[in-house]
Design a binder for this molecule. Structure first.
Ligand code: ADP
Length: 248
């Protein structure tokens, strides 16, 4: 009985490591097209939650659905990625020796091996897809540069572009603005905001100013479950949230 507009539905998820409850009856619903920020002190369970969504960690109990009928708990990591969930880790992992264009080309849906992909002639539609992503991530002018020559921020955008090549419906993004300049942060905010709508995005972020600038809906995790949800103003004035952050 999952609401039609819900893309991700975690219900009563728990997982323990050596008897320690890292996730404790977690409930989370992400709506189609939403940009949701997840915040919370260190150890709150943010990474473990992302690991459960991508199939890297299996919960001890609960259920996890993607869309109306994809049971994430019955799938392994490659199948979940193929079903349309893309994850970007904090550190960019681009192919430094390859051009920006080739980095995107390699990540195109239905990947073959590196060599057959780079040798194959792209059709018009495939070129259009790469050009569209290059424009979105603002790297059209850098497309023939080696990825190794990009700035830290540009590498992060390229990696988001590499995920987009696989046409994910849900993007999980881990602290994208760590180490970025203010200008790069603004540009990243614009990029994520422009991707929401067509994509659903779950963003784990520590930078509160950045969260405030982009998110309408924030979830605060604490001790493996949801402590508060709402706008940034609502959660920041919640006494339970204040207490947790002061204690950090
Ligand atoms: P966050 O990302 O919010 O900082 P984590 O999900 O990384 O939190 O961690 C939640 C808790 O679970 C922490 O106390 C952490 O030490 C513990 N934890 C996470 N992964 C493991 C693991 N593989 N083995 C043991 N403990 C773990």
């Amino acid at each position: 009985n999952i609401d039609k507009g819900v893309i991700l539905y975690l219900e009563d998820i728990s997982v323990s490591f050596d008897g320690f409850k890292a996730i404790n009856n977690l409930n989370l619903y992400i709506r189609e097209g939403e940009l949701r920020c997840i915040i919370g002190p260190n150890g709150a369970g943010k990474t473990t939650m992302m690991d459960i969504i991508t199939g890297k960690t299996r919960p001890d109990s609960g259920s996890a659905w993607f869309g109306q009928n994809i049971n994430l708990l019955e799938m392994d990591e490659p199948a979940i990625s193929k079903a349309g969930i893309g994850r970007k880790f904090q550190k960019p992992t681009v192919f430094e020796q390859l051009s920006v264009w080739h980095n995107l080309e390699l990540c195109m849906a239905a990947p073959k091996t590196v060599f057959t992909t780079l040798k194959a002639r792209l059709n018009g539609e495939q070129r259009d897809q790469i050009n569209k992503v290059l424009t979105l991530i603002g790297l059209q002018d850098q497309r023939f540069l080696n990825a190794g020559a990009l700035s830290h921020g540009q590498k992060q955008w390229l990696e988001i572009g590499m995920l987009l090549m696989q046409k994910p419906r849900l993007l999980l993004v881990d602290e994208p603005v760590a180490g970025m300049t203010h200008q790069e942060m603004d540009r990243t905010g614009e990029l994520l905001t422009s991707l929401a709508g067509e994509h659903s995005i779950v963003l784990v972020e520590h930078d509160m100013d950045f969260v405030r600038s982009i998110a309408r809906h924030v979830t605060v995790l604490h001790q493996g479950s949801v402590l508060a949800e709402g706008t940034m103003d609502q959660v920041q004035s919640n006494p339970k949230v204040v207490e947790v952050y002061l204690g950090e």
